[in-house]
Design a binder for this molecule. Structure first.
Ligand SMILES: Nc1ncnc2c1ncn2[C@@H]1O[C@H](COP(=O)(O)OP(=O)(O)O)[C@@H](O)[C@H]1O
Ligand SMILES: [Mg+2]
Length: 347
């Protein structure tokens, strides 16, 4: 790539002017003293002096200073600053200073972003191994007990194998969640937008979770009878995942004999809002802002009664945001929680 040099003549113009001024005054004085002063001679000399000085100075400056400046540019280009590379070289010092300043600032910003990302990565790996440890040790515990002789007891054998399998299942859930969140964060999860009936989708999520809710005698219900379908435009499978995560949470953190209620309302002309309301344990105000963070769980104790990766709500938020929609949460400790999100209505 041939580099264009944007020249600056200011330096040569000024320097030539000063040299000419000094020498002209000197010559005029000499001519005056020797009594041969003539305006024409002085002006003629000044013009000659100015032009030659200007040419020589400009030439020298170009050769020496500009070359050095060019070297600075080349060095910076080696550092692959995209912003510098695209522009023509300038030999004008003010612009150069500005550009180098900007270059330095960009680099600093870049380094800071990298540091934040590195921090995030470390934390992520720490969290992952922490989450995997508990079920892994559970599985190992049962397997070792079996090997130690429990396998000879027919009753224990089955029971322990079942528990070990539960641990493996939990590992699989965590890995699936991790996989999902990684895909969402890398951004290579493309949405498959289609038109579907959200009432029907909610009903099918209820059906699937009926067994789970029955264990805690929790009722899954609509707020009213929806006679007509409500058509929305979204990625059906992802929204199913959102609803499943929210309803599973409402069961996990709901109270025995509680209720989880879903309502679908018109919000504005082209939006509906889906609300998932429970009357469970609720969430303290202080914890609400962090709820959507990855791995964030309110009950941090290892012996928490409800399994989970703490990734559920982070996934929910990602999916809703990928749709360019909003998710809201309202909750009061020991009263209940309401998670709601918007969807685009189909015409
Ligand atoms: N409906 C709810 N009621 C009370 N607390 C909830 C509810 N939903 C989520 N939470 C709290 O938010 C935390 C994060 O939820 P989530 O991201 O789904 O992770 P997980 O369910 O795996 O713990 C949960 O650990 C729980 O403390
Ligand atoms: Mg969850």
């Amino acid at each position: 790539m041939k580099k264009v040099i944007k020249k600056s003549y200011k330096f040569a113009i000024k320097t030539a002017f000063y040299i000419t001024l000094v020498i002209s005054v000197l010559i005029a004085a000499v001519l005056l003293v020797s009594n041969v002063f003539h305006v024409g001679i002085v002006l003629g000399f000044s013009a000659f002096c100015y032009i030659t000085s200007f040419l020589i100075i400009q030439y020298r400056v170009e050769r020496f200073i500009y070359r050095r400046v060019k070297k600075i540019y080349d060095d910076l280009t080696l550092l692959e600053s995209a912003s510098l590379r695209r522009q023509p070289i300038t030999t004008d010092m003010a612009t150069l200073t500005q550009e180098i300043d900007k270059f330095a600032k960009d680099k600093k910003l870049e380094i800071e972003t990298l540091k934040v990302r590195e921090e995030y990565r470390k934390e992520f790996i720490g969290n992952v191994s922490h989450e995997l440890k508990t079920p892994l040790f559970t599985v190992q515990g049962y397997v070792l007990t079996l090997l130690d002789g429990a396998m000879n007891n027919e009753k224990l054998r089955e029971q322990y194998l079942e528990r070990a399998n539960k641990g493996v299942e939990r590992l699989i859930y965590i890995v699936q969640d991790l996989d999902m969140i990684t895909k969402l964060e890398v951004g290579d999860l493309s949405l498959n937008i289609e038109t579907f009936d959200i009432v029907e989708l909610v009903a099918s999520v209820f059906d699937l979770l009926e067994m789970k809710s029955a264990k805690k005698k929790i009722t899954l219900t609509f707020d009213m009878f929806y006679a007509d379908p409500i058509m929305v435009k979204a990625d059906k499978e992802r929204i199913r995942q959102v609803l499943t995560n929210l309803v599973v949470n409402s069961i996990k953190y709901g109270r025995i004999k509680g209720t989880t209620e879903i309502s679908i309302e018109n919000l504005i002309k082209n939006k509906v809002i889906v609300r998932v309301t429970d009357n469970g344990e609720g969430i303290a105000k202080a914890n609400i802002p962090r709820l959507f963070e990855r791995f964030y769980r309110i009950d941090k104790s290892g012996s928490r009664k409800e399994g989970g990766s703490g990734l559920g709500l982070a996934i929910v938020k990602h999916i809703i945001e990928a749709h360019d929609e909003k998710i809201y949460i309202e909750s009061e400790l020991s009263v209940g929680s309401e998670f709601s999100f918007t969807l685009e209505k189909a015409k």
